[in-house]
Design a protein around this ligand. Structure first.
Ligand SMILES: *Cc1c(COP(=O)(O)O)cnc(C)c1O
Length: 367
């Protein structure tokens, strides 16, 4: 049995495209593949335009900067996410305000979000965690009523949808990552989309050091060097050829785990809301009874790689001042939860076998 947790799926097309870069000497930010990849990605999302950047973190940072978020502002961020969801808020000088997640979806709780809004709140940063969509209707309504910007962290949810609309196109800004463990990879890279065309044009200007090329090297405002390279875009283009296949695999793996483990009352999978279609980036569940570390060890011995979930952000020393509330759900999910192997290199047979091993291990741990 051969199973990987979240390794990338690379092949001949990727190799050939990379060689084209080397042969043409276009390895840096100039070259044909960057605009081609952007157009391809925009078409996939059904948007007009998007801007490629160096990472998902850079995508979030530039979206926050473009939204005008800065010192004195507050940005609502779920307490249960990867550190890269919250760090870009700190880069801008704004204050992240951590809010607990919903016990079933593991994503930003809309009721608690509404209660956390203050006169200083500028933006909400929903994270579609492990591919699962947040309640974008409720969050959208709060944002509209309070005049807030929504910046979607769609880094884990590429391919997921809310009422048929792709994640990342549901807020004012959407941010994607092409890190090696995501649905598609460019080695390291990201993408920003925006509802407003002018915003996207300005982001394209900002990520290129805010250079006004019509005046040579003249920079009317502070910019960033966040541009994607031709090498990265080459990988991205090759990966886009197989994105539907990758997504189909993720969904199949998630279905297999849920079906095989369905009869176990102590196991609870992350749930999709009605209207949501998760990208199932990493199928994940909680196991009650305080035995998740024991399960993980048993699975490791049997060749099933798993990973503990993200430590809740409110437990990080540098985010102490961002904790106005309590975070019982983030804590419970972290203490009981696990990610399952779902690399698109895996096949259905090994995934089925892994699911059976997990089922048997959970049975064997009953006291
Ligand atoms: C991967 C990820 C990011 C950041 O992406 P990078 O490309 O690694 O910078 C941000 N948020 C979440 C939830 C992620 O999983």
């Amino acid at each position: 049995m051969f199973l990987l947790l979240d390794a990338p799926n690379l092949g001949g097309a990727e190799k050939a495209k990379l060689m084209e870069c080397v042969d043409s000497t276009y390895v840096s930010t100039a070259g044909p593949f960057v605009p081609e990849f952007e157009q391809r990605f925009a078409r996939y999302l059904g948007t007009e335009e998007c801007v490629s950047v160096q990472s998902g973190t850079a995508a979030l940072h530039i979206a926050l900067a473009e939204a005008g978020v800065g010192p004195g502002d507050e940005v609502i961020v779920p307490a249960f996410s990867f550190a890269a969801s919250v760090n870009p808020v700190l880069y801008t000088g704004a204050t992240p305000v951590l809010v607990d997640v919903d016990p079933e979806t593991w994503t930003l709780d809309p009721g608690l979000t509404e209660a956390a809004v203050t006169p200083r709140t500028r933006a909400i940063l929903p994270v579609h965690l492990y591919g699962n969509l947040c309640d974008m209707d409720k969050l959208g309504r709060i944002a509209e009523e309070r005049g807030l910007v929504i910046i979607e962290d769609a880094t884990e949810s590429l391919g997921g949808t809310w009422k048929g609309k792709p994640s990342g196109t549901l807020g004012n800004f959407g941010c994607f990552s092409f890190n090696g463990n995501k649905l598609i990879t460019t080695g390291g890279g990201g993408m920003v989309v925006a509802r407003d065309r002018e915003r996207i044009n300005h982001i394209r200007f900002l990520v290129n050091q805010a250079r006004d090329a019509s005046k040579g090297y003249f920079h009317p405002e502070m910019g960033y060097n966040y541009r994607m390279t031709n090498l990265e875009a080459a990988l991205g283009l090759a990966q886009m050829e197989r994105i539907d296949l990758f997504l189909e695999k993720k969904r199949t793996f998630a279905r297999i785990y849920r079906e095989v483990l369905a009869g176990l009352p102590e196991v609870e999978f992350q749930k999709e809301l009605p209207g949501a279609q998760s990208a199932w980036w990493l199928p994940s569940f909680t196991l009650s009874g305080g035995v998740i570390a024991e399960l993980q060890e048993k699975l490791r011995e049997k060749g099933v790689p798993t990973r503990r979930l993200f430590s809740p952000l409110h437990t990080y020393p540098y985010l102490r001042d961002c904790c106005r509330f309590s975070y019982p759900e983030a804590e419970r999910i972290f203490e009981q939860g696990i990610n399952l192997p779902a690399s698109t290199v895996n096949d259905e047979e090994s995934t089925l076998r892994a699911a059976e091993i997990i089922r048997d291990a959970v049975h064997s741990m009953r006291r």
